[in-house]
Design a protein around this ligand. Structure first.
Ligand SMILES: Nc1ncnc2c1ncn2[C@@H]1O[C@H](COP(=O)(O)OP(=O)(O)O)[C@@H](O)[C@H]1O
Ligand SMILES: [Mg+2]
Length: 259
């Protein structure tokens, strides 16, 4: 049975999609069978694998109609980490159609349970299923938190991000009504700039406040991560990104150990 992980934080730009793509690739390199689910109408995860064109079906179709199985696309050559692990990494794509699907879901029964029910039939095929979520605590993020047993929370190390973490913690408490198994797997400092005093202070505070729930691994701000993301390749395919590669592999090892 797969460990299903929602990658969530209602704030945008904190590294949810980058973490999902690169952690997914790192887990695949470690020999895990990985499925990545794009649950953001912006479809950034889908584009980061170059899959945004000519999509026949997307996750939206399967959320609206339970008879439509999730579309699963093997990560194409060149985006997946290594040719021999290619088949270990697959993606369920999203497009902007997910925005209208979200609106339609509001009038439907079992709207919070739909992703969970779709994943139930394929969970046996994977070791890890990672769900990338939109920057909001709406019905799509709730679907991810209901389908998952674990949450990874990427965050910036800024004072204003602390309030967001508090809100997310409260939302997770609420989700327990529907999904009592949900636990925070870890908080990830996903774009830490140790040169800034504020970031050093906040990261220290986070480790005091959340203790061992903060991943030991920190991902530093790294222009190679940004560049790799915008050219549609993971850091594992980008030259000069060795530091980022090491960070995501270390994160993958922590995730495997905790899961
Ligand atoms: N460690 C990092 N160093 C530098 N840039 C990063 C890092 N992590 C993410 N980014 C960049 O920050 C931006 C926001 O990241 P993204 O993963 O899209 O956030 P989210 O999905 O939470 O909105 C992207 O341009 C991404 O390439
Ligand atoms: Mg995103």
């Amino acid at each position: 049975m797969a460990t299903v992980i929602a990658v969530a934080n209602q704030k945008g730009g904190v590294g949810k999609t980058t973490t999902t793509a690169n952690l997914g690739a790192a887990l695949a390199i470690r020999g895990q069978r990985v499925l990545l689910v794009d649950l953001d109408p912006q479809g950034n995860l889908t584009s980061s694998f170059g899959l945004e064109k000519n999509l026949e079906r997307t996750v939206a179709d399967s959320l609206l109609d339970r008879r439509v199985p999730l579309p699963i696309i093997i990560a194409p050559n060149g985006t997946a980490p290594l040719p021999e692990t290619r088949h270990h990494l697959a993606v369920v794509p999203a497009s902007v159609s997910l925005a209208s699907a979200e609106a339609q879901l509001m009038n439907k029964l079992g709207r919070e349970l739909r992703l969970r029910d779709q994943l139930a039939s394929i969970e046996g095929d994977y070791d890890f299923i990672l769900i990338d979520t939109p920057p909001a605590l709406g019905v799509l993020t709730i679907n991810a938190l209901v389908a998952a047993t674990r949450v990874v929370i990427p965050t910036e190390a800024r004072f204003f991000s602390l309030q967001g973490l508090q809100m997310l913690e409260e939302s997770i408490e609420e989700i327990l009504y529907l999904n009592p198994k949900l636990e925070v797997l870890g908080i990830l400092l996903s774009k830490l700039d140790r040169r800034l005093k504020e970031e050093r202070q906040v990261s220290e505070y986070l480790r005091q406040r959340w203790g061992a729930r903060v991943f030991v691994t920190e991902v530093g701000t790294n222009s190679k991560i940004l560049e790799a993301g915008s050219t549609g390749s993971s850091v594992f395919h980008y030259s000069g990104a060795e530091k980022a590669v090491d960070a995501y592999l270390a994160l993958a090892d922590e995730v495997i150990a905790r899961a």
